[in-house]
Write a protein that binds this ligand. Sequence first.
Ligand code: HDE
Length: 705
Amino acid sequence: MSTPTPEASGESGPKQSARPTHPQGTALTTSQGTPLRDTDHSLKAGPRGPILLQDHHLREKITHFDHERIPERVVHARGAGAHGRFISYGTGSRICSAGFLAEGVETPVFVRFSTVAGSRGSADTVRDTRGFATKFYTEEGVFDLVGNNIPVFFIQDGIKFPDVVHSVKPHPDLEIPQAQSAHDTFWDFVSEHTQAQAHTMWFMSDRGIPRSYRMMEGFGVHTFKMVAPDGTTSLVKFHWKPRLGVHSLVWEEALLANGADPDFHRRDLAEAIKAGAFPEWELGVQVFEDNEEQMFEGIDLLDPTKFVPEELAPVQLIGKMVLDRNPANYFAETEQVAFHPGHLVPGIDVTNDPLLQVRLFSYIDTQITRLGGPNFSQLPINLPHAPVNDMLRDGMHQTYVHEGIAPYHPNSLDGGCPFMAGEGDNIRPPFIDVPEHVAEALKERGNPVSFEDHFSQVTMFYRSLDTQEQLHVQQAYSFELGKCASEQVRKRQLQALANIDAGLCAAVAHELGLPAPEADTEVPESELCPSVSQMGGMWPIDGRVLGIVASHSTPAKAIELLVANANLRGLKPLLLAPTGGSLADGSPVDRTLLTARSIEFDAIVVAAALSPAPDSRVDLDAKAGVIRPPGAEELDPRLVLLLQEAYRQGKAIVTVEQDEGFFEDIGLPAMGPGLVKATIESAIQDTATLLASHRVWERFDIPTS
Ligand code: HDE
């Protein structure tokens, strides 16, 4: 007899029937199920006397509280999660036998997005790489695709991971700066360790400050192996393509959001799902021949600091993921979810990428500390949906009641169970490690020669960006290096930039007030790869946030029409008024001039010019920190500030039936890109058209040199 599994015995995990997971409507009990009638007063020797040690409810309550926190993840501590499903197109079945890639198969998923460097309570919109980890609960076991939003990594060999992480984490003496790469130790490391230049270039670009988790690409980074039903193998790189396109914040928004709404990305994801604007990605693979060299067009497929341009190997789409449910409990799900690149299913295997190989060791190891023992896969969020019949026994937090006496193999006492797949149980295909010829080699610590080129793809990436994106890269390096106190660090990174692109180096050197060095390696001319640019194109606008500025005297009809039209286009309207309460149509005010900030809105429709109470005007001017243009005496300075910021951030501003000179009055050009005078009927259509290209790009200065 095989050891019963929760599934096999008809249970869904540990016996929990008596424990309410949703305690509303039932009486409070102790952890042992004894009903309680008072949890507000400790047991004392008289109302003013000392508390008695015998108060077991008090001791249980406080002791449990004392242990509520678990260690945060050593990296990727700050995250946000969502449930969803993956629907396979079936196109992957040609090269992969994994059952969840067969046509039409729907697989439940849980995704956790994260920043890398900051601690659990840090802000969302810092400049950083983002984690994009997906758990597929397939019928053949759990498959984890633990990727990032950038296709290359800092290091080639996992042995360097502690080094790069120690360099980006806060300085050990004072533990500052939090969640920042703009400091000496980080740039000290990456300027010394030039293989990190590829990754740093990607996250100095706009990819480092995504507009939303919903608008990020995801990459498996490493090359993986797929095995077809007939045993033939292919090398693949995984890509997630967001339906909404890839979009970023501008730096001013990122900075403001860190203060005004540190939960910006977490909130955005949860609110979009709550509003029914379910984020979607298509999963695709770049496919390469699995030959002995494991190279493609001169790119070493085992080098995780290199990517393969889509121009050379198009991404072939194999399925779609929809995130449609928010977690019910952050700790139970988003915090306790445990990913591991070694959670593989039959048909998908790893390669010898030396970064991936170290990861295979690290993830289980870290969960044992973080989740308190080796049984973390029994936590509900980690529990496979496929039947489990392992011979792992006991350990901290064991929740299974295993039966039988022979958890070893081979045995004859428990009926020889569990069988090996293929013996007694022929139904489920087993995981087969792909046999691979390992060349006769010398045991050594070293890299292949093909790992030595640290610059050519970095140059290619930078030169493939649009001019405005290049300007953002220049500004990002200038900011980051400008925050480094050590001149030798700044100079060494300038040298790396000189080896990437002389123009980039000169622009940053100018900002730093340092001479631009000459390249000390040859800067290669390479084919451009325009697919890395985020500019151009028109994109769906589902879940984009529209600020509608109204006053308490704006006619009900106007508000109703604007809100209805916005909802019709899948936008999320937020009503902004001078103070709280309800507007003429009865809608509650979502934001007031006190609580609103430009970063919350992708576009703004001004249906009312708001003026302050006359006696508060001077005070408000000072508080808003705005210099009110002469024409704007009647306007609340906080509205002026909001619109000026929105303008600087390239956002559409659409006015409805305002004075002819409204834009000039608030210090903006009378006419300009993305400044629209509309009617109530046309306002939302005008806004939607502008939003489809994400931002009013024409507003940004284009450098002339
Ligand atoms: Fe991770 N990484 N990593 N990493 N990683 C962790 O695992 C590690 C790497 C990635 O939302 C940790 O459970 C090593 C590359 C994501 O829970 C830890 C190396 C990529 C997440 C760990 C790498 C990633 C992690 C910390 C170099 C992109 C968050 C907590 C060999 C392909 C998953 C944990 C989540 C988390 C180790 C490199 C992505 C310590 C040693 C490359 C998205 O085990």
